[in-house]
Write a protein that binds this ligand. Sequence first.
Ligand SMILES: *[C@@H]1O[C@H](CO)[C@@H](O)[C@H](O)[C@H]1NC(C)=O
Ligand SMILES: *[C@@H]1O[C@H](CO)[C@@H](O)[C@H](O)[C@H]1NC(C)=O
Ligand SMILES: *[C@@H]1O[C@H](CO)[C@@H](O)[C@H](O)[C@H]1NC(C)=O
Ligand SMILES: *[C@@H]1O[C@H](CO)[C@@H](O)[C@H](O)[C@H]1NC(C)=O
Length: 344
Amino acid sequence: MLAISLYGMLLAIFLDSALGQNATIALPLPTKTLVQLDTQGTVFENLLVRQNGDIIITSLHPQPIAYLLKAPWSSDPKLLFLHRFEEVDGLGGVVEIRPGTYVVAGTKWEGLAAPVANATVVQEFALDENDSVSSARIIARVPEAGFLNGVVVAPGSANLVLGADSLQGVVWRIDLTTGDSEISIDVAEMKPLDPHGVLRAGVNGLKVRNGHLYWSNSNLAGVYRIKTDDNGYPAMGAATEQVFRLCDASGVDDFNFDHEGNIYITTHIDNTLYRFGEDGSTQLVAGALTDLGLAGDSAVAFGRTSFDEHVAYITTAGGIFSPINGTITEPAKIVSVDTSGIAQ
Ligand SMILES: *[C@@H]1O[C@H](CO)[C@@H](O)[C@H](O)[C@H]1NC(C)=O
Ligand SMILES: *[C@@H]1O[C@H](CO)[C@@H](O)[C@H](O)[C@H]1NC(C)=O
Ligand SMILES: *[C@@H]1O[C@H](CO)[C@@H](O)[C@H](O)[C@H]1NC(C)=O
Ligand SMILES: *[C@@H]1O[C@H](CO)[C@@H](O)[C@H](O)[C@H]1NC(C)=O
């Protein structure tokens, strides 16, 4: 009975859109697994959509590997090994600093989510026209950092990268030319809150938009922003603003903007994806606490081609930090969610 009525509902939606009428969008939206690793205990941490639409993916555990997902919109996207980074056990965020050149953060691990002291390094790598890694080198050591999670290019300065230190709850400013680093932003809304939580983490994802640095705070389940200057510091007199908090989520991981400026955010331990609209509305877009569809979703990014500009791509950690129904985990995967039905 349930299956039949669900089918009827989907059919009605299909007919509505086929007839060009306003369709009722059924949320949560379906999730589609594009590729999945073979091994349990694997964690995809971050992703970056290249200008040509391919996706660079970082692995946090158990190997410090970057992968490339070719043509994610196609019927059979391929996951390729790109590079295994030296001196680290796992990777955090990745960002493009120039066309074809990327910066990735990494560290050593004592156990899952237990980084080794004095082991955080920032590495640069470049891809050639055939998607081969043509160079890779350490450009900075950030010995006092806990774990560098999200990384972004500082607004107005191509030679500065900002990195979110989730454990200390600060943002590091890393000079790519000299390799020097210092804490440049340290505000209360970046701190980890719950010392006994499943994942103790404050500032996590970082994004830059309209002269502001946006960040998610995992333990606060919220997104905040502060106006920054061209040197990676808060602008004169700038104060933190809360963008939104999710009342229904136990925590959040990384987030991103779609092409219209709405924010999509992963919740990781809740296995869900939320959307915060420009109009101030909050919606559960995909996933469910007891479902494997977005098990341990860790980061999200939108497609950049005409085939997939409204498709959200999501990395997962297979639920290993908080197994589904207490016991169920799976290998890391890349999932797509087509958001084109949601009013843009
Ligand atoms: C669809 O929704 C828009 C905005 O709510 C409304 O102006 C329009 O008349 C609707 N179209 C149909 C076919 O219902
Ligand atoms: C940190 O690591 C660097 C490079 O491995 C080493 O030279 C330095 O002595 C270490 N510092 C501390 C305080 O352990
Ligand atoms: C890319 O591959 C083509 C065809 O195999 C080759 O001719 C070209 O030299 C390669 N480019 C680089 C940068 O290696
Ligand atoms: C978790 O438990 C719920 C309730 O029993 C069930 O509906 C759901 O399918 C389970 N999830 C998985 C991944 O087995």
